[in-house]
Design a protein around this ligand. Structure first.
Ligand code: DAH
Length: 345
């Protein structure tokens, strides 16, 4: 019996020695399993208890309880010491007076920048910013804009259809029809947004951005259109920019025009360093938007009175950004190369 009790007592000494060498929580835990675990040293010794004569068992049991208690206390003590050391180490490794690591500041995407600039210019002129759905009905995208189902003008746009009657809008013009359906004249709105076409090459992407404009009131004429757009173009591209209106065709406007501005690269001369200018291809002019007087058929579709008139226009945001910043490749806007985007910070 004495033998078993002293074996038990030795465990305490052994543990103390082991604890002195345990430098972290993991070493501590494996030591605990080794000595106090379910199959540990203490349990192994105790499994010999039944083989002892009954009158010797109580003394061994008593010794085992005492050893177990002392072992637990030793573990707890060591655990606290290690935890305190860990805390000091973290605290001393951290200097709160050092300057922080500031994250690099992001910047707005050039398309966002130009969109905001355009909307800002028109807001100052009294236009409200409006929006409409990108998933649109055939009715608003085409029919209400004077393009009935078999109208050949629908061929001008490669449409992404969702069902027979539902599509991704091919331009922001449907928002004209939506706005006029819910609001009575006078009305002046500007509509920024994404548009979609089945088109993808060097100068076309399946999604791009447009801004639509619409002004309706009694007595609105082409002169107002010209005044508003000239003022807009000069705000974006500078006061010396020249503007020309070229006759064109859109189903939803009559008359219709395309607006050209004098080329910024060659300053309208058409040539640079003795060669034809690559931006305006030698013409001195670049096209910037489509516009016109709202066709009476569009007013009829939205039930507007006959005594109002109005103008509308639509422009491509990427195109304006390319001309303004001198960007030669449309794909730059969609690749999100940080080296490109950071230049707009
Ligand atoms: N919706 C036309 C397009 O996507 C652009 C446009 C032209 C809009 C003339 C207009 C307009 O409002 O009057 O090409």
């Amino acid at each position: 019996m004495m033998n078993l009790v002293s074996v038990l007592e030795n465990l305490v000494g052994e543990l103390e020695e082991g604890l002195g060498k345990a430098e972290d929580a993991q070493a501590l835990e494996s030591l605990r399993v080794d000595i106090l675990g379910r199959k540990g040293r203490l349990a192994q010794i105790m499994s010999r208890l039944p083989s002892l004569p009954p009158d010797e068992r109580p003394a061994v049991g008593l010794a085992a309880n005492s050893v177990k208690e002392r072992c637990n206390a030793l573990f707890e003590e060591r655990r606290k010491i290690l935890a305190a050391a860990r805390e000091t180490a973290t605290l001393t490794g951290f200097d709160p007076t050092l300057p922080g690591l500031a994250p690099r500041r992001g910047s707005l995407h050039p398309v966002t920048l130009i969109t905001e600039e355009i909307c800002g210019i028109f807001s100052v002129m009294g236009f409200d910013v409006a929006a409409g759905p990108e998933v649109e009905n055939d009715y608003y995208n085409f029919e209400a804009l004077n393009m009935p189902p078999e109208h050949p003008a629908r061929d001008m746009q490669d449409t992404l259809y969702i069902t027979d009657k539902v599509l991704l809008r091919t331009h922001t013009s449907p928002v004209q029809a939506r706005a006029m359906t819910t609001r009575r004249p006078p009305l002046s709105i500007i509509v920024p947004g994404k548009v979609y076409r089945r088109d993808s090459d060097l100068t076309h992407t399946p999604m791009f951005h447009q801004v639509e404009g619409l002004m309706v009131d009694k007595g609105i004429s082409m002169a107002h259109l010209r005044g508003v757009l000239t003022s807009f173009v000069r705000s974006v591209f500078g006061v010396r920019t020249r503007v020309r209106f070229r006759p064109s065709f859109f189903p939803f406007t009559e008359p219709s025009a395309e607006v050209d501005i004098s080329c910024r690269l060659c300053e309208g001369k058409g040539e640079r360093r003795g060669e034809a200018c690559r931006v305006c291809k030698g013409t001195g002019w670049v096209e910037i938007l489509g516009c016109g007087m709202v066709d009476p058929a569009v007013f009829a579709a939205v039930d507007y009175p006959e005594n109002v008139s109005g103008f509308a226009f639509g422009l491509g945001v990427e195109r304006v950004a390319m001309l303004k910043y001198g960007i030669g490749d449309l794909r730059m806007f969609f690749e999100n190369d940080l080296r490109f985007l950071r230049q707009f910070a």
